[in-house]
Design a protein around this ligand. Structure first.
Ligand SMILES: C[S@@+](CC[C@H](N)C(=O)[O-])C[C@H]1O[C@@H](n2cnc3c(N)ncnc32)[C@H](O)[C@@H]1O
Length: 210
């Protein structure tokens, strides 16, 4: 098992018991995302964790394929979906690098608190663009540590060295926006409740024009 998988497997049970940091902001993001849903939509989530967001959105779409690197996160997510009697979410243990999705086949991709944890964020964003249908939507919520206090940025390599942190990449909101636009997305909605909060961005793959 690699170091990232071991880290998230070990954290999973504690993570599932942890309350959402800002419930009002979380609800606002769920509501903003639902403005883009239609009942016949196919949704993919990467880094779904213990499944709360997929379960919350399930009644609004046809199907959600929710994936995560960690077997334990996925086990907890499956148990939560069963307890909530949610039948249209398929949870899979799968690294984002191993996703094999036909081009232009997905309506909405969600990536909550994961882009900053990836070695190759720009490649993943490009892959997401490719798997979305024209007019498809990419919803992301990302800790942009490049905009945070220097002290916090300095803690990361120390925490990583001590094996207290997972892989964490440092970039700013402007750099993330640049990555999305470079991949071909048009940014449709952005919200960051405060500078230290994650950047919530909804962007769209342009629809085909005649
Ligand atoms: C901070 S948690 C966020 C979980 C959930 N999306 C949420 O918002 O609560 C990050 C999640 O990303 C997963 N993860 C990290 N690297 C990944 C990768 N390369 N592929 C898929 N999932 C990954 C971890 O296992 C963990 O569940």
């Amino acid at each position: 098992m690699d170091r990232e998988t071991a880290f998230w497997d070990k954290l999973a049970d504690r993570y599932s018991r942890r309350p959402v940091a800002d419930e009002a902001a979380y609800q606002k993001k769920l509501e903003a995302t639902r403005q883009y849903f239609q009942p016949d939509m196919e949704v993919l989530e990467i880094g779904c964790g213990t499944g709360s967001t997929a379960i919350a959105h399930a009644p609004y779409v046809r199907h959600i394929r929710a994936t995560d690197l960690s077997t334990r996160m996925v086990e907890i997510a499956k148990a939560k979906a069963k307890a909530a009697d949610i039948g249209n979410v398929t949870f899979e243990t799968l690294s984002v690098d191993a996703l094999d999705v036909p081009d232009a086949s997905i309506d909405v991709v969600m990536a909550h608190s994961i882009l900053h944890l990836l070695e190759n964020k720009d490649q993943v964003i490009a892959d997401i663009h490719q798997m979305l249908k024209p007019g498809g939507v990419f919803v992301s919520n990302t800790a942009c540590i490049g905009d945070m206090m220097l002290a916090l940025r300095l803690i990361i390599p120390v925490g990583r060295f001590l094996r207290l942190f997972p892989l964490v990449k440092v970039f700013s909101v402007a750099e993330l926006q640049d990555s999305l636009v470079t991949a071909g997305f048009e940014i449709d909605y952005e919200w960051q409740p405060k500078k230290s909060a994650p950047a919530f961005i909804i962007c769209r793959k342009p629809a085909l024009t005649k």
